[in-house]
Design a protein around this ligand. Structure first.
Ligand SMILES: [Zn+2]
Length: 91
């Protein structure tokens, strides 16, 4: 059951994660408060350790490919990878 959403601050574009029932998120990077429902979630994950792990992978991916954001295809691939990884982790 996914509990956390991975999203990006609309102000500084830093990745962060939020409890799915939380309404507001305070960006740890720039201090901007934004409404969770208004920001698209990249991924839903099971716990915050996963969220931190995946955010590092996402940042690394963008840095490696010198990109600013994920395409919808890449975001779908990301969700697929996480599902696979999560399945292996639980077995
Ligand atoms: Zn920010």
């Amino acid at each position: 059951m996914p509990m956390y959403l991975i999203l990006r601050c609309p102000g500084c574009r830093a990745f962060s994660y939020v409890d799915r029932f939380q309404k507001w998120k305070l960006c740890p990077a720039c201090g901007h408060a934004f409404e969770v429902a208004k920001v698209p979630a990249y991924l839903e994950v099971g716990d915050y350790h996963d969220a931190e792990h995946i955010i590092r992978q996402m940042e690394k991916h963008l840095h490696t490919h010198k990109k600013k954001d994920f395409t919808p295809e890449e975001a779908a691939e990301l969700r697929h990878h996480y599902a696979e990884w999560f399945r292996k982790k639980c077995n």
